[in-house]
Design a protein around this ligand. Structure first.
Ligand SMILES: [Mg+2]
Length: 326
């Protein structure tokens, strides 16, 4: 079977069977980070790659900007587990024709972003390749009990941080034109990992489950619900749509917000008894919005303001199924 038929997540399901959890593994393949026990402590491990022609085009950003984004998208997975990034490995592959200053730029952007978050670059790898590839591995320490995707219960409220849809809209603008103002593309080029919020949710035991929105809100919500064995009702009128989506037709804005991906916001569930405390605690840290409720059963149900079911439309971003064309 071809990968584009199986899909990224179909393949990950195969991997889970190929790589059973070993000694010291609390959470193996299938969450935002692995949770391992080493030296009598818990550590979070995650890795992610940015590939030219798939995740970005070289003309879209500076080398520093790419380095910075590579850190952010990995740190977002640490945030989704409620941890702090501590140590990083950075592997970069570029064509041999690239200037040394550009390669240095990737590292400089990465190191600056990592240091600002208390994370040290401790190694990596360099290679030549026909196109740019930036691969990162992070080790993080959990602030409290790691926030897993499994753990949501019927009755829990579903929250999302920040706004959604801006990154996908920014990517669309970049795909259409070579250059665009950073104002419209910032959400795509400069995502901010929600580390303070993740840490708060974990340390104060407020969230029952969490995931970051990398592949699209509906897709990632599907992973959270699947891991938790629950269903969910999402009130689409409560979605915190990015301001940049306002000029768009409502249907298009919802498509970007629900299926676009790369928002790197946190999607998390909160037991009803902890909702008030969560809203109060999050206020000085990060805007959050309740967008739905976990229910018994399976699947994602979208409802409008009057409670009428609306169709889901196009779903998230699956790596082997869709690519940015060069
Ligand atoms: Mg993730």
């Amino acid at each position: 079977v071809k990968l584009f038929k199986l899909g990224e997540f179909g393949f990950i399901d195969r991997l889970k069977r190929l790589a059973p959890a070993g000694r010291g593994v609390e959470q193996g393949i299938g969450d935002d980070c692995a949770v391992i026990h080493f030296d009598a402590r818990r550590w979070l491990l995650t890795t992610d790659t940015l590939v030219e022609g798939v995740h970005f085009r070289r003309a879209w950003d500076s080398a520093e900007g790419l380095g910075r984004k590579a850190f952010a998208v990995n740190a977002s997975d640490i945030a989704a587990m409620g941890g702090r990034p501590r140590f990083a490995l950075l592997s970069v592959a570029v064509p041999g024709s690239v200037a040394a200053s550009e390669l240095e730029g990737v590292h400089r952007g990465f190191i600056r972003a990592a240091r600002a978050r208390g994370c040290a670059l401790v190694g990596g790898n360099l290679s030549s390749a026909p196109q740019w590839m930036i691969s990162v591995t992070l080790a993080g320490e959990p602030a409290g009990a790691p926030l897993l995707r499994a753990g949501a219960h019927p009755g829990d409220a579903l929250y999302v941080s920040g706004v959604v849809g801006a990154a996908a809209f920014g990517r669309e603008i970049l795909l259409r034109r070579r250059r665009a103002s950073l104002r419209t593309t910032r959400a795509f080029l400069r995502p901010e990992p929600r580390l303070a919020l993740g840490e708060l949710l974990s340390r104060r035991r407020l969230a029952s489950a969490a995931i970051d929105v990398s592949d699209g809100l509906l897709q990632d919500l599907g992973h959270l619900c699947g891991a938790s064995g629950v269903g969910v009702v999402v009130e689409v009128n409560r979605l915190p749509l990015a301001r940049s989506l306002r000029p768009l037709p409502r249907k298009r804005a919802l498509e970007l917000a629900l299926g676009g991906g790369e928002d790197y916001e946190l999607l998390f569930t909160v037991p009803a008894a902890k909702e008030h405390r969560t809203v109060v605690a999050a206020r000085p840290v990060q805007s959050i919005r309740r967008i739905g409720r976990i229910v018994e059963g399976r699947g994602i149900k979208l409802v409008d303001a009057s409670g009428q079911e609306v169709s889901a439309g196009r779903l998230g971003f699956d790596h082997f199924k869709r690519k940015i064309k060069k």
